[in-house]
Write a protein that binds this ligand. Structure first.
Ligand SMILES: NC(=O)c1ccc[n+]([C@@H]2O[C@H](COP(=O)([O-])OP(=O)(O)OC[C@H]3O[C@@H](n4cnc5c(N)ncnc54)[C@H](OP(=O)(O)O)[C@@H]3O)[C@@H](O)[C@H]2O)c1
Length: 278
């Protein structure tokens, strides 16, 4: 039995489907089963990663765990959760992120570094998946595209190697059902680094309506897009995207190498998600 966390989300949901397609017995950990619309054949068990005491039933008889961590929100519970998983399961495949290193101590990368450390210090087989940005992050543009066909965002020329959640899920399924990725930290990316302007146009192609990119500059980004975020966090985001203008995000062929077909393009992702933008 494989336990999938984050099963109502993008990567966990896709991992569930990939594992079901392989005929593997899967269980989904969900906080509220009444809200979870999951495929038939999935054993749905309630539990909360922020509350280690709630996880007993979900870990009963589990061989492996696909762990999607509620980054930062559940960090206080991480040592107890990882200890329980290591005690009850043989293997964990952890959804980490590109850029994680032992030097990362703060923010999202710091949270992933901490979980990786807890897992590698525990007595359990592991694989850490380190994807770049998710193509699904562009769902943040959906309201604007639906309303008036405009993406109001920053650094249109920033080139990112966004990855389809199904490709992360395909590698997760491989890591959970074979020994090929034991003790590895594969960096997973889309097949090419394309600009944010090209991403907006690809969404336009997918929905059959033009999408225009309206560039916002730093002050407007802080004020209009992220009013609730601390200035250093927004400035970090702006700086990272500014860097992707001159130096596009890295592209690896790891997905193709592991799953035996090319990683899905952003255009394919946009077609798969066209209904979200219409
Ligand atoms: N976005 C990126 O570009 C990117 C890149 C690299 C890595 N990542 C990492 O990917 C992960 C997010 O994956 P995703 O985008 O697939 O997730 P998502 O679609 O945002 O869904 C989040 C999932 O986590 C579950 N969840 C939230 N809090 C929980 C808790 N306390 N206990 C149990 N389950 C909980 C949610 O379940 P409910 O139904 O209960 O809400 C939902 O299934 C994060 O760790 C993030 O750092 C993201």
């Amino acid at each position: 039995m494989i336990l999938v966390t984050g099963a109502t989300g993008k990567v966990g949901g896709s991992a569930l489907t990939s594992l079901l397609d392989k005929g593997v017995a899967v269980r989904a950990l969900v906080r509220d089963p009444r809200l979870a619309a999951l495929p038939s054949g999935v054993d749905v068990v309630p539990g909360d990663l922020a509350d280690p005491a709630s996880l007993g039933p979900a870990l009963d008889g589990v061989d492996s765990v696909f762990l999607v961590w509620p980054t930062i929100a559940a960090d206080h519970a991480a040592p107890a959760v990882i200890a329980q998983i290591a005690q009850r399961a043989r293997r964990v495949v952890y959804l980490s992120a590109n850029g994680v290193s032992s030097a990362a101590t703060e923010g999202i990368l710091g949270s992933h570094a901490m979980i990786e450390r807890l897992i590698s210090d525990a007595d359990i087989e592991w694989t850490f998946l380190r994807p770049t940005g998710f193509a699904a992050n562009t769902l943040g543009w959906a309201a604007g595209i639906r309303a008036d066909g405009v993406v109001r965002w920053f650094h249109p020329a920033a080139r990112r190697s966004l990855i389809h959640e199904q490709d992360i899920a395909a590698v997760a399924a491989l890591a959970l059902t074979s020994d090929r990725l034991l003790g590895q930290r594969p960096v997973l990316t889309g097949p090419a680094a394309i600009s944010q302007l090209e991403q907006a146009h690809a969404i336009g192609q997918a929905i059959g309506r033009p999408v225009r990119f309206e560039e916002l500059h730093a002050d407007a980004v802080r004020r209009e897009l992220f009013p609730g975020l601390p200035t250093p966090v927004v400035d970090g985001l702006l700086a990272a995207h500014a860097a992707f203008v001159t130096r596009p995000e890295l592209v690896t062929d790891t997905v193709a190498h592991l799953v035996g077909r090319s990683a899905r393009t952003f255009a394919e992702w946009a077609t798969d998600h066209a209904s979200d933008f219409r």
